[in-house]
Each structure stands twice: as C-alpha cells, then as structure tokens.
Design a protein around this ligand. Structure first.
Ligand SMILES: CC(C)(COP(=O)(O)OP(=O)(O)OC[C@H]1O[C@@H](n2cnc3c(N)ncnc32)[C@H](O)[C@@H]1OP(=O)(O)O)[C@@H](O)C(=O)NCCC(=O)NCCS
Length: 236
C-alpha cells in the first residue's frame, strides 16, 4: 500500500544552462562520478565513495525528497547532457553541530522547530543548507553560482523557508566566493569535523565559515526579484 506520507519526488528544474534533477537511486552513478573527482574529494577528507556508498547516499537523498520535499540536485548540461556537478539544498539535522548555527540566526522560535516528518532524519523545518560541488573541468564558468541562485529561488519562492545557510571550511575560498556572489552574507564561524588548512587529516574542531540569507532580505533584495528567472520547471 502506498505510504500516505510520501510526497512526490521533486520535479526536474531548469536554469539557463543546466537541467537539475532531484537525486535519487537512479542518479547514484552520477553522484559517484562527482565525488570521485580528485579536486572534489580533497574537500571531503580525501574520501572517495565506493559505488555502494554512493548508492546508499543517493537512496537517502531520494527519501529526503519524498519525505522532506527537498535535497540536492545533480546538474546536467542542458545541451550535452554531461554531469556538471551536484548541489542545491538540504534540511539540516537537529544535532549539536548544526545547533551552533542558532546563534547566527535571529533569536526567533522558528529557528529550532523540527520538521514534522522525522524520517529519513530529524531535521529543521524552517531553514535549509545550500551547497555545491562541480567536476573540476566545469570550474570557472559560473555553474556553481547558477545552481546556488536556483537553490535560493527554490528555497524562498517554492518552499517558503525563513533562511538558507551555507558552511564551508574557512580556507575554501572558491566556495566562499560562490556564497558572496549569490548574495549570502558572512554571519560567523562554527567548529566541526573537517579539514584545517595545512593539516593532512580531518580534525574534530575545524573552523567553518557560515553565510546566511534570510527570507526578509531575499524579499527586499533585487536578487530575490532577479533570481525568479534563475529557475524554471519547464525548459525555456
Ligand atoms: C566550490 C566550487 C563549486 C566553486 O566553483 P567555481 O567554478 O569557482 O564557482 P562558479 O561556478 O560560481 O564560477 C565562478 C567563476 O567563474 C567565472 N564565470 C564565468 N562565467 C560566469 C558566469 N556566467 N557567472 C558567474 N561566474 C562566471 C567567474 O568569474 C569566477 O571565476 P574565478 O574563479 O576566476 O573568480 C568548486 O570549486 C568545487 O566544486 N570545489 C570542490 C567541492 C567543494 O569545495 N564544494 C564546497 C564544499 S562546502
């Protein structure tokens, strides 16, 4: 019998140059491809997932789309069909690590509210994380910013959340530049497990820079008005 809690897996979305597909089991090999790129894996503790790990991850992402209405996309070149990267939004777990971000958001009740559906994970209801990873050959063309703008438009205009945050280890200057480019603003630092510049292995207390965009600033900004063009549900 069909699970009454299941929402549709998300639809394809289109930006000027990319087709964005909600990640699910069918995208496992493309997810594997992105995370097995040497220049991507070095930002994830040099960890290259096995195919089975990519399959598990893609399944979790598909479940998140169905239960929570959002997770990451795989980005394909609209003309060639090549895998450009993966990116977009996800709900953040209700845990101590992500709890550090409460201090960087307004002191308002919506910040701590959990999503009513507690699977596949217990996650925040009213704010999302945004991120990006591109295969090396696609850096330097604005694709991450294109995915980022699409993510913001989806978060605020489709899902109606209150805030979007983005985190990266402090020395990931390219990722920080994407955050600034799409109109997010530096809000502070948190500590979590990750890479520290010049240190070979992942550490428990790596500094992460956090950028935030609030719904109220999105609604006011020219970015909010302009980015409506950044995302379409049919090709145009
Ligand atoms: C982080 C990452 C996605 C950034 O990719 P990127 O290509 O630098 O970012 P963008 O796609 O926004 O492209 C911006 C660059 O393209 C240029 N560009 C060309 N055409 C452009 C366009 N139409 N729009 C915007 N920028 C454009 C910009 O001038 C900029 O160039 P610069 O790097 O010389 O300053 C990429 O470095 C990556 O995949 N890293 C590994 C994974 C990772 O670290 N992910 C983040 C973990 S938190």
């Amino acid at each position: 019998m069909e699970d009454p809690l299941l929402a549709d897996v998300g639809d394809s979305r289109y930006t000027m140059r990319l087709r964005l597909e909600p990640i699910g089991p069918a995208n496992a090999s493309d997810l594997w491809l992105v995370h097995n790129d040497d220049e991507v894996s070095r930002w994830y503790d040099n960890a290259k997932p096995s195919f089975e790990e990519a399959e598990q991850r893609a399944k979790f992402m598909g479940d998140s789309w169905r239960f929570h209405g959002v997770h990451k996309w795989i980005a394909y070149d609209r003309v060639s069909g090549e895998v450009v990267g993966r990116g977009g939004l996800s709900r953040t777990p209700v845990d101590d690590d992500w709890g550090q971000i409460y201090a960087l958001l307004p002191a308002e009740p919506w910040v701590r509210v959990a999503h009513e559906i507690r699977r596949p994970s217990i996650a925040h209801a009213n704010w999302l994380e945004i991120g990006w990873a591109l295969r090396r050959e696609f850096w330097g063309h604005g694709y991450a910013s294109e995915i980022g703008r699409a993510g913001l438009a989806f978060a605020f205009d489709v899902l109606g959340v209150q805030a979007v945050v983005s985190c990266t280890v402090c020395h990931n200057v390219r990722s920080r530049a994407v955050m600034e480019r799409i109109g997010m603003r530096y809000a502070g630092e948190i500590r979590s497990r990750g890479m520290i510049e010049g240190v070979e292995e992942e550490q428990d207390d790596a500094p992460f820079a956090v950028c935030v965009l609030l719904r109220r600033d999105w609604d006011r900004s020219s970015a909010g008005l302009g980015f409506g063009q950044a995302l379409a549900s049919v090709p145009r």
